[in-house]
Design a protein around this ligand. Structure first.
Ligand code: CP
Length: 306
């Protein structure tokens, strides 16, 4: 087995991304349960989640099982030897002796890269603190490709741009597609200056208000405030509830504009949006299955070049 991992969008070229999106398309009917194929029969995935998750953990499990593979889970840290003080390095060394691929979510930025250095099997970053969430980004791009258009894309990223790892990964990927990026956030949750400068050197990016761009954008990508990343809860309460997208503001949008959200949401998208044709966030969640199938297939069948 080759030791290849999926840690960061920075490790992928545009060709790599397009390859995965095209492969995901081939898995769509299997993801829906309309066709059956078991190329991953005999393979075992280990889910190691040191932070809560619904979508990422479950869709990896669905993807693996729909392709004939099996899954073991370590969700409750208090029920594992982490509670006895076992290090991440040792945990990874042990689990990589049991499983063929490890999906890791961890609160520390850089944890997935660190884990990969200690693993005998591929490690997939399922979110490392405020760092990256590359499989979310691939499913976000797939959603845009299916429900809008990656070519000539104008996208507004709205919400917590400081701590949101889904935004940090997605921005990097959007630069590969020369997207026009609008940033919308409360000042205290703006994209960190260094990151903004880096993105500016790669694509057209502008900090705006939603009102300024709502008529022009193809995609509105909303994120919740990442309460769990605030060093001081007081700071969270200063911005909590400070932005919300509702059906009223969407009346100004283009008819084919779409609203995306990695979920979970708190209050930043009003439920009145759910019944509009703009809302794609639940469909976006489903697209996580074919995209994660494509990633697992490539990593486990030793074809993924990164
Ligand atoms: N989008 C996402 O990562 O959701 P979960 O936290 O539920 O996995």
């Amino acid at each position: 087995m080759r030791f290849k991992h999926l840690i960061s969008i920075d490790d992928l070229s545009r060709d790599d991304v397009e390859y995965i999106l095209n492969l995901a398309e081939k898995f769509l009917r299997i993801a829906k349960g309309e066709e059956r194929a078991t190329p991953l029969e005999g393979k075992l995935l280990a889910n190691l989640f040191f932070e809560p998750s619904t979508r990422t953990r479950m869709s990896f499990e669905v993807a693996m099982k729909r392709l004939g593979g099996e899954v073991i889970n370590m969700t409750a840290q208090e029920a594992s030897s982490v509670a006895k003080g076992e290090t991440l390095a040792d945990t990874i060394k042990v689990v990589s002796k049991y499983a063929d691929v490890i999906v890791l979510r961890h609160p520390l930025e850089g944890a997935a890269r660190f884990a990969a250095e200690h693993s005998d099997v591929p490690v997939i970053n399922a979110g490392d603190g405020a760092g990256q969430h590359p499989t979310q980004t691939l499913l976000d791009l797939y959603t845009i490709k299916k429900e809008s258009n990656l070519k000539g894309l104008k996208i507004a990223l709205m919400g917590d741009l400081k701590y949101s790892r889904t935004v940090h990964s997605l921005i990097k990927a959007l630069t590969l597609f020369n997207a026009k990026i609008y940033l919308i956030s409360p000042p205290s949750l703006a994209l960190p200056e260094e990151f903004l400068e880096e993105v500016r050197s790669m694509t057209d990016v502008e900090e705006v208000n939603l009102e300024d761009v709502i008529r022009d954008i193809d995609v509105l990508y909303v994120t919740r405030i990442q309460k769990e990343r605030f060093p001081d809860e007081e700071e969270y309460f200063k911005v909590a509830g400070s932005y919300k997208v509702d059906a009223e503001i969407l009346k100004k949008a283009k008819k084919n504009m779409i609203v995306m959200h990695p979920l979970p949401r708190v209050d930043e998208i009003d439920v009145s949006v759910d019944e509009t044709h703009y809302a794609k966030y639940f469909q976006q969640t489903f697209y996580g299955v074919p995209v994660r199938m494509a990633i697992l297939y490539e990593l486990l069948l030793e074809k993924f070049e990164i």
